[in-house]
Design a protein around this ligand. Structure first.
Ligand SMILES: Cc1ncc(COP(=O)(O)O)c(C=O)c1O
Length: 476
């Protein structure tokens, strides 16, 4: 197949060349009805922002250019079928879970999964068996579950309908995924992988192997995170005789818009062609640039660089508060992806970085500003899963939660009660407390520390938490 071709993008391009007259949705009429102050920014994209017109195909029943574009993607990513997603990896994660299990089914799932995985389990009314990740001292983070933990979960629950893993993590960390997949397959259980941060692993060396190449059954990737695609544009790859493709299609059309964005879908076509035609020379130039950027950061008295399997992820372990240091970078108009308590993540793109001088100046300024500031070497955050057993279940199953009453209590009084809402710092979007989990003192300590360090929680009222009535261990 000609991986340089971009059939969906091309058909949109040709369509716009005829200066078509719009008597259809969307209401901006190819950009003709749009406020002037914004049209300069939007115009080129609005001309391509079409609907399901003759020749433009339909995402939910593709047989024209969208089908061609998805086939090209499947061929490049080595899947049996690839779906274009317009609702982010979120839509893909929901769909793969809905498609794989039924109400009450057991699903073995990594405890530090993204909230979209947890939301999929809740929507489905599945019965999650959580496997805890290991705590990696050298990077100061919870990473991935160990193989022994998965083995133990499979021994206890051989009737599970799926194993759900996240690979790589936000910081570009990977683990021996193939062994985990082989283990689950030995029990005839499909493996669903949230590879939201790993679309570029399809490029091969120097990146880690992709989940599809390691035998995963369904893989979801946010093309928009690491490849040149528009925000929300994502892929779902299906490669399994154990997971029904019809069910995946069914849930994707149920969960996604019936008016998917064409510029967004075409950007998936473009991103796939970009990855598929990346030459060795271009790759070498990217890696050279990564090295240059890392050299600029180089270990200073204020931070050190934490290594990761994905070379595009540059994480600084800072000796001050990470929020403070990230803030200083932002004052210099340098915006990192995220910061945790002690770490700041910078993501390099898939092309040479062109603004080395700007970065160099900013790093110098930040280092100078930090010279006279007090360090917070002693910020010692209690890791949020500390003390949790390696295999856990919810205290109340999702299927019962709707029947229970809830109330809000001050966070300080929540220990021992069962959470009726998740507590999620964003980014990275991994719940610290899960809906249906009995709240532990360590978790609350962790949350209080995070709040003190300015981490943003996705919570209506940061001082209170919803709990199920009557769920206190002892009397209410
Ligand atoms: C591990 C992981 N999975 C899934 C998602 C959701 O991806 P999207 O934003 O494409 O919906 C994210 C988003 O940050 C993520 O970090």
């Amino acid at each position: 197949m000609d991986q340089q071709s971009t059939p969906l993008f091309q058909v949109l391009q040709q369509f716009t060349q005829h200066n078509p007259v719009s008597f259809h949705v969307p209401g901006h009429k190819n950009g003709a009805v749009f406020p002037e102050k914004a049209s300069g920014y939007y115009n080129a994209v609005l001309k391509m922002d079409m609907t399901e017109l003759t020749g433009l195909d339909d995402l939910h029943a593709p047989e024209g250019p969208i089908a061609d574009a998805e086939r090209l993607a499947a061929s490049y990513f080595q899947s049996a079928h690839t779906y274009f997603l317009v609702g982010g990896s979120t839509a893909g994660n929901l769909a793969m879970i809905m498609a794989t299990c039924s109400r009450g089914d057991k699903v073995i799932v990594q405890r530090n999964s993204h909230k979209s995985i947890m939301n999929g389990l809740e929507l489905r009314g599945a019965n999650p068996i959580f496997i805890s990740p290991a705590y990696e001292e050298s990077v100061g983070r919870f990473t991935n579950p160990e193989q022994d933990t998965l083995q133990e979960a499979l021994n206890r629950h051989p009737d599970a309908k799926a194993v759900v893993l996240t690979y790589p993590d936000y910081f570009g960390g990977t683990f021996p995924l193939k062994e985990m997949i082989d283990l689950a397959h030995y029990y005839d259980i499909p493996v669903l992988v949230d590879e939201a941060h790993g679309v570029h692993f399809s490029l091969g060396e120097p990146f880690p192997a992709s989940a599809i190449s390691l035998g995963a059954d369904v893989v979801v990737q946010s093309a928009h995170k690491m490849a040149p695609a528009m925000t929300m544009a994502s892929f779902l790859h299906h490669n399994s005789s154990m997971v029904s493709r019809e069910r995946i299609s069914h849930y994707l059309q149920l969960l996604q818009s019936s008016s998917p964005s064409y510029p967004l879908m075409a950007s998936l076509d473009i991103a796939r062609a970009f990855l598929a035609t990346m030459s060795a020379d271009k790759m070498e130039a990217v890696m050279k640039s990564v090295k240059e950027v890392k050299n600029l950061f180089e270990d200073s008295e204020n931070w050190s660089i934490i290594p990761a399997e994905d070379p595009l992820k540059i994480t600084l372990h800072v000796k001050h508060s990470a929020k403070e240091v990230a803030g200083l970078f932002e004052e210099q108009h340098i915006f990192p992806e995220l910061q945790t308590e002690k770490q700041i993540l910078f993501i390099h793109g898939l092309a040479p970085f062109r603004r080395l001088e700007t970065l160099k100046k900013a790093i110098k300024t930040v280092n100078e500003q930090l010279k006279n500031r007090q360090r917070h070497d002693t910020i010692d955050i209690v890791p949020f899963l500390t003390g949790l057993e390696s295999i856990t279940e919810l205290a109340i199953p999702y299927t019962k939660m709707d029947q229970l009453e809830t109330r809000h209590v001050p966070i300080t009084e929540a220990v021992g009660r069962i959470a009726a809402e998740a507590v999620i710092p964003y980014p990275p979007g991994i719940p610290l407390i899960l809906k249906g989990e009995r709240i532990k003192e360590k978790q609350l300590e962790h949350i209080t520390q995070l709040q003190r360090n300015g981490v943003r929680l996705q919570q209506r009222d940061p001082k209170r938490i919803a709990v199920f009535r009557g769920s206190a261990e002892g009397a209410e």
